[in-house]
Design a protein around this ligand. Sequence first.
Ligand code: ZN
Ligand code: ZN
Length: 362
Amino acid sequence: MGKGVHDKEKVVNKKHPLRISATIFIGLTIHATTSANDALPLGDGKVATQPTAGYVYRCGQGRDGNAPRMAAGPWIQGQYWYPNQKPTVRGDVRWPQARISFDVVRDKRVISTNALPNHSTGVFPIQTTDPAYRYDRNPNRISEQTILMRIPANPTEAATPNCLRPGPIGYMLTGVALFDALDANSQDAPAHEVQDRCSGHPQQQGQYHYHNASDCLIDNAGKRGQHSDLVGYAADGFGIYGLRGENGLELTNNELDVCHGHAHTINWDGKSVRMYHYHMTRAFPYSLSCFKGTAMRAEGGAMNEPRGENGGPEQRRPQDFRQPHRTDLGDDVCRLRDNFFNSTIPIKYADSILVNVIAMLT
Ligand SMILES: [Zn+2]
Ligand SMILES: [Zn+2]
């Protein structure tokens, strides 16, 4: 290798570690595991209308990718972002009243939770004195929810994968809802939004949630270099596991299927069975990108499915809709909401909000 080429690669390496490791080690059997120090590819706009590896398969039409947001933080550089350079929302708020239970009743697993985390959180709304405020002005307060969900205890794969709706796509063992990788602008939520040290933050109804792997999920087996522990359940009943696969190494997207999972023998409710399951990954799409099975909806509570998209039932309490300045975009709208209230949303996007508001009021 000539000196010039070597120098050039060194420069590229500094900027895009993932890309260069793929170039250098091509042909070798390596597992390109990433750590918190590495750059991750930005997932902006990676929304698909059919199951596609590396994309989020969302129900309905694509979202308006032109909705405004605050300026990107310095941890986003080109097509990459650096998780360890992103600030976290300050605070150490404890939630002793947090509760969640997973009970198998006949063929169902019944999830009952108030959706508060069993770990501490940052202070929300984000305080003006918090350095994170410069990049994210999440005005929402974490609040208790009433969630009851019945999912199949022994799920089966659907004939074809099913799309994800905005809002909870599963519940983690920490009591926290899991949302998919996208924010309200169809952008890479973990890259653009500022979360607390457990990678969580609340949306408009106060539901605290993750968009990617949280350091506060317990994965003892993964820490020992084994296949990760179960960390949650998807709304279709399949298990969600941590970052590590059977060889104990962190999984890459290439090792997972279109819905971000795979099948092998796992311990399921005390039995050893070969079964499909999802994995979290450090890189986008971070968790599920579609449902391998058929997703169940939560019953009751203020925060279930964000809206009756595709003709589904509207489940929120009516009074939730009458409060001024409540929009219902489904996902957190950290940047969008401020702009909405200042009426700077492009007409195209404002349209879809209006349609939803009208649907809620009628
Ligand atoms: Zn696995
Ligand atoms: Zn969010």
